[in-house]
Design a protein around this ligand. Sequence first.
Ligand code: GLU
Length: 438
Amino acid sequence: MSQVRVRFAPSPTGFFHIGSARTALFNWLYARHTGGVFILRVEDTDQSRNSEEFLNLIYNSLRWLGLDWDEGPQAGGVFGPYRQSERGHIYKDYLERLKASGRTYEKDGATLFRISGQPQVIEDAIRGRVERTEEKDFVIVRSDGNPVFHFVNVVDDIAMQVTHVIRGEDHLSNTSKHTELFKAFGAPLPVYAHIPLILKQNGPGKMSKRDQGALIEEYQKRGFLPEALVNFLCLLGWSPKDDREKLPIAEIVKLFDLPGVNQSNARFDEKKLSHMNMVYLHALEPDRCFSFARDYLYSQGLFAAARPEDAYLREVILLCQPKLRAFEDLPGFIGYFFTEDFSYDAKAREKIFSKGDPKARVGELLAALPEADFSSDATLEALVQALAATHAVATGDYIHPSRLALSGGSVGPSFYGLLRVLGRERVSRRLERFLATA
Ligand code: GLU
């Protein structure tokens, strides 16, 4: 069989959303699975509704998701140009061919295509056999001279030698028009694969660009991990047929195939996406976790006045990593690592002072600090255990008031890690302040 050639053909008329991303992804997966070619073709013939800004958003989002294209704008290729707005001469040629074959006529300044009226049957790779018969000739060039979507879409699929048309199910009803045109040009039909819709989280109906959680750009801005979003998108309509949910993309590329795509609609579930993101976040390698988190924090305008030392920031981030649900939580989670100017949470303070002698415990820990070994969490843990044994109290009697002293709150990362990362001097200073002011 000849090489698989698939295309993602977005129209840059709006924000890049979940549905488009999933269509791009399934095309990309199929190309990578088969060793084929993934084409990006920009369907930008509608001058009034296109914008360069939306187009750049498509490029950026595809790149962010790791969906690299082999042919297309910015990548080149022998079938270019890949923007329909630059392919007018090609549409003219094809129109001439159709005219010469007697399959067109003019009416009210527009050019219409004369259908065959034969039943159009496709063997859709996902939906199976679909039959539909066109009943009316249709316009292929408007009276203003602009060719319509059906025409340019089919011409480009022929000219770019597309073998598989993988697209949203909303285009299934257009397919009979398209196969009529393919046949009129004497071109072989591509294999069609219509992907089921994505339903909105609540209620019936298709997810739209206006629905909450629909825009890819938002996830990027909010510090979601692209690999988590990609994994989630793969599961919107496809599954590895076992219970696994978190799969490396290389594994998905190996397993992905069109007959494996579900026929039933997939429902968007933002909770599931957040969970997937958290699972990926917790599994991140230290180097990437640090660089990703740092970029995120800086993109949020944190530390605009003065950036902390990378080495310290790295320790803070890696310490907090297991406790984060998302990088969005990070700014609120790490503030006290970078300032002495924080207050004690009133509720936490009240609870801590309701029993025992918290100041005595904090004083004991403070006194032990000059001799303490700060090189690992384990040595610090041993120190607190030894103190607890000496004074016949629980380790928690040290941990709770000291955490309040060190962070102002009652929750946070591992206590021994907190001591280690803050370091002897900061810890001493904060325990002293607590004794003096709490
Ligand atoms: N420009 C069309 C769309 O964005 C592409 C349809 C197709 O993939 O054939 O829906």
